[in-house]
Design a protein around this ligand. Structure first.
Ligand code: NCD
Length: 376
């Protein structure tokens, strides 16, 4: 199908039919038909090795340009000057919200936020579809986090029918996916392993059933060679069958283990996650006090000694007691989760640049080392 045929088909497809399609068949309605890079970003399966590499390279270039404080910062700000972004967050968020706002500011966008659904027309009975259609009258980009797994997808479906077809990015869809966190994680692996992500063993530990970050990251593994996954979780919070089926289909070996300690020596990356008890039903919900994590799924300080010398310890954050507190304060270079947070801002700069098709400018820009500042 050419781009016009895709547009036509997207205008006529109803929600029932669209939502029932397999993810791989939806991609044509979400990605840019010329570049095959995502336009709407709903799920991790939309990214291929080329687009992931491109994103990491743009993030690196943007960081370098930003160090040129005399002109680089202004140059970045000029790229999307005047374009408008709406951050529409129906669930709590610190990192994702702030890193998206910071990324939008870096590119010179005007930023609007809706963080409290009670302040939107939803309280007057407006449907999500109408809200999204309304946002598209004022905005050029929507970032959306929602507890309903299909809400962002519905937004993309509505926008595909609209005369103002603006992009929408999933900033966390219920228990299902968090694709931009997975991009953050890939960029962190890219930086930690000198751009060489193939042939790695990744341990994912914690709530793998309801953790959307580990689900999205697992999907991205299809883009790398010889990856191995080790899933460590309490028995009732194991990785979902849909992800296991996907991994089997892509010949990615995985194992399930019941004790983090045993897996640490074999890992290139250890990816810790929080128990997502906001989804629990019953008494714990009312008390709102997190249960202490079972020590079998906790990264203890002494495990740093068991880690390989080039391995990394990651966490999408927020963290609780699943990592010994001192580990967060340690100066051990392998503890990368604070850097991971910062990477999240730069990879979002790159993602927005790709969506708005302003890729070449990052590679054409020449920097003057004498104006560079440290950090980045
Ligand atoms: C995660 C999320 O919201 O899914 N946080 C984030 O975006 N970095 C992880 C979590 O809440 O545990």
């Amino acid at each position: 199908m050419n781009s016009q045929e895709i547009r036509k088909k997207a205008e006529h497809i109803n929600w029932q039919d669209f939502s029932k399609m397999e993810e791989k068949d939806k991609i044509v309605f979400l990605n840019n038909s010329h570049t095959n890079n995502p336009f709407h970003v709903l799920f991790a399966q939309q990214f291929n090795r080329t687009s992931l590499n491109l994103l990491c390279q743009i993030a690196e270039r943007a960081r370098d340009i930003n160090k040129n404080k005399k002109e680089g910062v202004d140059f970045l700000k000029s790229l999307l000057h005047g374009a408008k972004a709406l951050n529409f967050f129906y669930q709590p968020s610190s990192r994702t919200f702030l890193s998206f706002s910071a990324a939008q500011g870096t590119l010179g966008m005007d930023i609007q936020n809706i963080r409290d659904p009670s302040t939107s027309s939803k309280t007057k009975g407006e449907t999500l579809e109408d809200s999204v259609r309304t946002f598209s009258s004022y905005e050029d980009l929507i970032i959306m986090r929602h507890p309903d797994e299909r809400a962002v997808e519905k937004g993309a479906w509505v926008l595909n029918k609209s005369d103002r077809r603006i992009p929408i990015i999933n900033a966390g869809s219920g228990k299902d996916q968090h694709p931009t966190q997975a991009l953050t994680d890939i960029y962190t692996l890219y930086k930690s392993f000198d751009g060489k992500i193939d042939n790695r063993t990744i341990v994912m530990c914690g709530d793998l059933k309801r953790g959307r970050t580990v689900r999205s990251l697992s999907y991205l593994m299809k883009n790398y060679h010889d990856m191995k996954l080790i899933f460590v979780s309490p028995p009732h919070l194991r990785m979902g069958e849909d992800i296991k089926y996907f991994l089997q289909g892509h010949s990615i070996p995985y194992w399930e283990a019941n004790n983090l300690k045993e897996t640490v020596p074999s890992a290139d990356a250890i990816y810790m996650t929080r128990i997502q008890d906001e989804w629990d039903e019953g008494d714990n919900q009312d008390k709102k006090i997190p249960r202490p994590v079972d020590p079998k799924y906790k990264f203890k300080k002494e495990y740093l000694k068991l880690m390989q010398k080039d391995a990394v310890l990651m966490h999408p954050l927020p963290k609780r007691d699943e990592i010994d507190e001192e580990v967060g304060y340690s100066k051990d270079k392998r503890v990368v989760f604070w850097r991971q947070e910062r990477n999240g801002m730069w990879i979002r700069v790159a993602l927005i640049a790709v969506i708005f098709q302003i890729v070449e400018v990052f590679f054409k820009y020449t920097t003057w080392p004498e104006n560079w500042r440290k950090g980045g």
